[in-house]
Design a protein around this ligand. Structure first.
Ligand code: HEM
Length: 533
């Protein structure tokens, strides 16, 4: 009796910790069962398509590959192993047939942008993120005049100014110096320096000036510190390149989740560096927009052309959140792609000295002596070999390499002879298409001459295919709106770099030149040396 009175009347079966563990296990088993059930039930008949590894069961296959910067390569390897139609997610199909590319993205295709973009968009979608056709058409109408040939031409002096700053900076780096006390980019003892951040600072300086007539003068400082403003108006100093790269990478990873999981991931990540970087980048656009609204500028910039008042042509003008969203989207789309292309083409020219000499001779032969330091776009447009070097780089190393996600609607679509029902994510990658040996000879090699009619490396048939299937800006109603600006900036900057310097790359640097995929796929670094001509 004494003994039993000491025993509590109710002994708890499990401790709170054991209960928590049991709950986690049950939640895990339920998720696992839901995944298997989704796969077996197969309401959209996607099991007919082969898939690499666990891709058919979970989006984390693609997210994991993207986290390691290699998703486009994993998808390409999947096609090589499994064929032209591959399931790369529970609800996501990738095609490698070039004609499938046209069916998905081309003019007249009913297929729309995927929920991936709705996730990216946040509360105020920019034109580039609007998946709804009608909303996109209204937004594109609002901004299309900004990108007219006439308005883009007005931006040339701003680009030229930034090119002069770049040349000054490179001249100092080529001699092993620093551009200012804040310059954080060393030159190694053999004279090599990383050209990538300098081209990135160029693309920021140039685009800031084109968009808002302002500049942080990154190139003059050798430093990318700038201002970011949060939604409450608090201003902080951030590093533009890191905020952009980290923020875009993390946002692209999360956007591959469903809408609920995306919001949850963003909420959880508020306390991480990655989550904060997303806010810092949009804060850079907010700060640029708010300060530009307070200033009057002497020369026109892109911002001057935004419709902010109701007119018959613009019945739905832009509000301040719309302006911030468009500016963030332009800053995102227009800056990194330019940097990536310039870095890639400089790599190719340094790695192919004969082609570099050929381009230099073409430039000196065509340009008047007075124009040779920084030539005008009108003069440079007359030099086919310059365009060929840019186009061949965009073919072999397009800045946007992954299959842009699109969603089938209505009664579904026929793609490559397969009926894909509505509500499926479909994609095709230009990286795979641009390297298709059935379209282009020696497709893995950089051969600018293939773009030049009547050269030994070109043929009439291949030239037709180059025009039809080399689509770094994609095609159809969602194709790049900034293409004219991109060619102007690339041509002026590239010609000036080749006219001013001779570029060299060591074997070690050549072999260690690698790319990393975030949303765009860009070079990690480009160690190079330059000699003043
Ligand atoms: C080499 C340079 C460039 C390349 C390779 C490129 C490529 C692309 C691609 C592939 C898309 C489609 C993206 C998607 O569907 O998700 C796109 C869209 C877009 N690009 Fe570019 N781009 C370049 C330069 C620029 C520049 C300089 C701007 C200037 C702001 C710009 C602005 C845009 C915009 C606003 C869109 C969205 C168009 C829409 O949805 O209607 N791009 N670009």
């Amino acid at each position: 009796m004494i003994f039993s009175s000491q025993v509590p009347s109710m002994v708890p079966l499990w401790t709170p910790f054991e209960w928590a563990l049991a709950m986690i296990l049950i939640a895990f088993l339920l998720c696992f069962a839901a995944v298997i059930w989704g796969y077996l039930a197969d309401p959209k008949s996607l099991r007919r398509f082969p898939s690499p590894s666990v891709a058919a069961f979970t989006p984390f296959w693609a997210i994991w590959k993207n986290a390691r910067g290699r998703r486009y390569l994993a998808v390409e390897a999947g096609h090589r192993k499994l064929g032209p139609v591959v399931r790369i997610g529970p609800n996501s199909i990738s095609f490698s047939d070039p004609h499938a590319y046209k069916a998905i993205y081309g003019h007249g295709s009913p297929i729309i942008k995927d929920g991936f973009y709705d996730n990216l968009a946040g509360s105020t979608p920019a034109m580039a993120d609007a998946s709804d056709r009608h909303l996109h058409a209204t937004k594109r109408k609002n901004v299309s005049s900004i990108f007219s040939a006439k308005h883009v031409a007005l931006m040339e002096p701003k680009i030229v100014d930034a090119v002069h700053s770049l040349l000054r900076a490179i001249q100092i780096k080529s001699r092993g110096g620093t551009v200012s006390a804040a310059d954080g980019y060393p030159v190694s003892s053999n004279g090599e320096f990383d050209l990538r951040p300098w081209l990135n600072m160029f693309s920021f300086d140039a685009f800031w000036s084109v968009l808002w007539s302002s500049s942080y003068h990154f190139l003059e400082r050798g430093n990318d510190e700038c201002k970011s403003m949060d939604t409450s108006g608090r201003v902080t100093t951030v590093h533009a390149m890191d905020s952009f790269q980290t923020g875009v990478h993390f946002n692209s990873l999360c956007a591959q989740l469903g809408p609920f999981q995306y919001r949850f991931a963003r909420w959880v990540s508020k306390w991480t560096r990655q989550g904060r970087a997303i806010g810092e980048f949009s804060g850079m656009a907010r700060h640029g927009t708010v300060t530009r609204l307070k200033r009057t500028v002497e020369s026109v910039d892109f911002f001057s052309f935004f419709p902010v008042e109701i007119t018959p042509k613009t019945p739905c003008p832009l509000t301040i959140p719309d302006l911030v969203a468009e500016c963030a989207s332009f800053l995102n789309a227009g800056n990194d792609t330019t940097q990536i292309t310039l870095t890639n083409v400089m790599f190719q020219l340094a790695a192919h000295p004969k082609h570099q000499d050929k381009l230099y001779s073409a430039l000196t032969a065509s340009l008047p002596k007075t124009a040779q330091r920084v030539a005008s776009f009108a003069e440079l447009s007359q030099i086919p070999y310059l365009a060929a070097c840019i186009d061949e780089t965009l073919r072999l190393m397009p800045p946007v390499r992954f299959g842009l996600p699109r969603r089938t609607v209505g009664k579904g679509s026929m793609i490559s002879g397969h009926h894909i029902p509505a509500g499926v994510t479909v994609s095709a990658s230009v990286h795979t298409m641009h390297r298709d040996e059935s379209l282009f000879h020696d497709a893995e090699d950089w051969i600018p001459e293939r773009w030049i009619p009547d050269s030994p490396d070109s043929s009439e048939e291949e030239l037709k295919r180059l025009k039809e299937f080399v689509l770094p800006f994609t095609t159809g109603g969602r194709a790049c709106i900034g293409r004219n600006l991109a060619y102007m900036e690339l041509s002026i900057c590239l010609a000036a770099l080749v006219m001013a310097f001779e570029w060299h790359i060591s074997d070690t640097a050549r072999q260690s030149f690698t790319h990393f995929e975030r949303f765009n796929t860009g070079p990690v670094s480009l160690m190079i040396s330059a000699t003043l001509r």
